[in-house]
Ligand binder design. Structure first.
Ligand code: ADP
Ligand code: MG
Length: 295
C-alpha cells in the first residue's frame, strides 16, 4: 500500500539578533504516516512550525535531519527522483491570491503541470484533461472557467484552481497549508468539502494544516497538535477534542471560538457525511454539498 511517511523530522534555522547568531529549532522530531483516503490535521498556533513541516514535505526546505519516505523509499531531493515524488505529493498554499499568476489564464496554470509531468499528448487530450480537472473541483462550465484569468475569480474559486493544479500531476497526497484561512468564512466550508470529497472518492491522502480545531475535528481522522515545533498530542480526532490530555491542547480548545453558528455548520456537515456514507443522497455532480459550487 502506498504511504507517505515522515520520520523524526527536524529543522533548525539560524537566526540573527544584531551581531549574535542563534539556532532556532522550528521543527523537532516530527513523525507521522499518511495513508491514502485519510486526512491528518496538523494543528497549532502561528509560529508552531506547521508550515515548515509542509515545506519540507513539499521539498521547498531541506530537513536538518530525519526522513520523508514515499512507499517506504527515502524521497529524492533532486533530479528525476524528485520529479517522481512530485507526481505523488503536491501542495496547496494558504494564499490563493499569491499562488496564481495574474497574467495567465486558468487553462495555462493547469496546462503546465500536465505537460511537465507528461500527463497528456496533443492539444485535444490536454484540453480534455484541463476540463476534467476543472470539473473535479466543481469549476463549471469548464470551457468557460478555463479561459478566465485569476482576477476574474473569487478567492474560493482560486483555491479550487490551486487544488486542480495540485491534482494535475496525478497526486496521491495533498499537503494543504491553511487552505481556507484567507477565504471568507462563508465559502470555507465549500473548499473543505471539496477536499473531503477528493479524499473519500479519489482515495487521496490529505495533510490538513490549520489552527482551527473545529474543522480539524470534522475533516480529519487523526489530529496532531503541534507546539513550538513538537507534536505534544496526537490521536483520533474525536478523542483529542473530547478528551484532551495535554495542557496546550486544552488551552487551544478553550481559546477556540465555537459560536452557535460554527456548531450548526458542523451539524450540517455531520448529517451530510452520515447521509452520503449511507449512500442516501444523490448529488448533483456539478455541485458540492450545500450547493457551494463555484463559490
Ligand atoms: P506556522 O506555520 O505554524 O505558523 P512556521 O513553520 O511558519 O510556523 O514557523 C515556525 C518557526 O520557524 C517560527 O518561529 C518562524 O519564525 C521560524 N521560521 C520559519 N521559516 C524561517 C526561515 N526561513 N528562517 C528563519 N526562521 C524561520
Ligand atoms: Mg504557517
Amino acid at each position: 500500500m502506498s504511504v507517505l511517511e515522515v520520520k523524526d523530522l527536524v529543522k533548525d534555522f539560524t537566526v540573527r539578533k544584531g551581531l549574535k547568531r542563534s539556532k532556532l529549532r522550528a521543527v523537532n522530531d516530527v513523525s507521522f504516516t499518511l495513508e491514502p483516503g485519510k486526512t491528518i490535521a496538523l494543528v497549532g498556533e502561528s509560529g508552531s512550525g506547521k508550515s515548515t513541516v509542509a515545506r519540507m514535505i513539499a521539498k521547498l526546505e531541506t530537513p536538518s535531519s530525519g526522513e520523508i519516505l514515499l512507499d517506504g523509499v527515502p524521497s529524492a531531493t533532486r533530479g528525476r527522483g524528485l520529479d517522481g515524488y512530485r507526481h505523488d505529493v503536491q501542495m496547496v498554499f494558504q494564499d490563493p491570491f499569491a499562488s496564481l499568476n495574474p497574467f495567465h489564464s486558468i487553462e495555462h496554470h493547469l496546462e503546465r503541470p500536465l505537460k511537465l509531468h507528461k500527463r497528456a499528448k496533443g492539444r485535444g487530450e490536454l484540453e480534455g484533461q484541463i476540463h476534467a480537472l476543472l470539473e473535479r473541483v466543481n469549476l463549471t462550465p469548464a470551457e468557460v472557467m478555463a479561459k478566465r484569468r485569476p482576477h476574474e475569480l473569487s478567492g474560493g474559486q482560486r483555491q479550487r484552481v490551486a487544488i486542480a493544479r495540485a491534482l494535475a500531476p496525478g497526486a496521491r497526497f495533498l499537503v494543504a497549508d491553511e487552505p481556507v484561512s484567507m477565504l471568507d468564512v462563508s465559502i470555507r466550508l465549500g473548499v473543505l468539502n471539496l477536499l473531503a470529497r477528493l479524499q473519500r472518492e479519489e482515495n487521496l491522502g490529505v495533510l490538513y494544516i490549520t489552527h482551527d480545531l473545529a474543522t480539524a475535528r470534522h475533516f480529519s481522522d487523526e489530529i496532531l497538535v503541534m507546539f513550538r515545533g513538537t507534536i505534544v498530542e496526537r490521536g483520533p480526532s474525536d478523542e483529542v477534542i473530547l478528551d484532551p490530555q495535554h495542557e496546550y491542547t486544552k488551552l487551544l480548545l478553550s481559546a477556540s471560538p465555537d459560536p452557535g453558528n460554527q456548531g450548526r455548520l458542523r451539524d450540517e456537515v455531520r448529517a451530510e457525511l452520515a447521509a452520503s456514507a449511507a449512500g442516501g443522497t444523490v448529488q448533483d455532480p456539478g455541485r458540492d454539498r450545500f450547493g457551494t459550487a463555484g463559490l
